[in-house]
Ligand binder design. Sequence first.
Ligand code: SF4
Ligand code: SF4
Ligand code: FES
Length: 264
Amino acid sequence: MTTPSPGGTAVPADSSRSATFRVWRGDAQGGKLVDYTTTVTTGMVVLDAIHQIQADQANDLAVRWNCKAGKCGSCSAEVNGNPRLMCMTRLSDLPLEKPVTVEPMRSFPSIRDLVTDVSWNFRVKTQIEKFTPRAPDAPDGTWRMDQADVDRVQEFRKCIECFLCQDVCHVLRDHHLHEEFIGPRFLVHVAALEMHPLDTADRVAELKQAHGIGYCNITKCCTRVCPEHITITDNAIIPLKERVVDEFYDPLGRVVRLFSRSEK
Ligand code: SF4
Ligand code: SF4
Ligand code: FES
């Protein structure tokens, strides 16, 4: 009996083998890839191998993790060049005949080894206009909402803030426009607020002017790497872009909207 391994090396059940991990070691001043060979067994994920290397060969190897269940978003890294959660990347899905590279996310400054400084993301979040609910619909302080409107934003609330989408977005990764573009994760956040059936704030002007939505050219790289399978581009970014176009480049639509604000 073997463990299924789409695209990878079958690992026989209840057996072990050795594998080499090429891990980036260094800090903000620079670093290099270092090879570690360790024993791997059925069912292991990349984070298990990194922990084993840390325990047996490199006690000072820095790695951030918390839940080991794909829910805290802490263990983001680049495995064989692909942005992945280390705790959700099975070794049975990787080709173990050659070294598995494990590197930190490249869109954020290095702290040490696999740990990057993602604090920019939390500063960005504070700049987005907060949820502003309308007055309650009933005397008991409750609201009434259509289920379809609730369902539309539910997808966006699955975000675990792993920042893998930020890591892969070329506007941040290659062009370093962190001061001008909030990135896909926060466009999802704006969509969750802007499409919320109770929200009354208008974030369309800031989407264009402060949040840089125009930099997104809809390559969909962010959608492809999201571990929560949020349809970032089609369901969040494109509808927000349409709102910006309606507001700034469609004068007739603007007049119509003035008379139909309540449809938000
Ligand atoms: S679709 Fe837009 S936000 Fe997503 S990776 Fe491409 S440029 Fe970045
Ligand atoms: S949208 Fe997806 S990829 Fe981006 S931070 Fe949230 S969970 Fe991670
Ligand atoms: S350790 Fe929490 S998502 Fe990987």
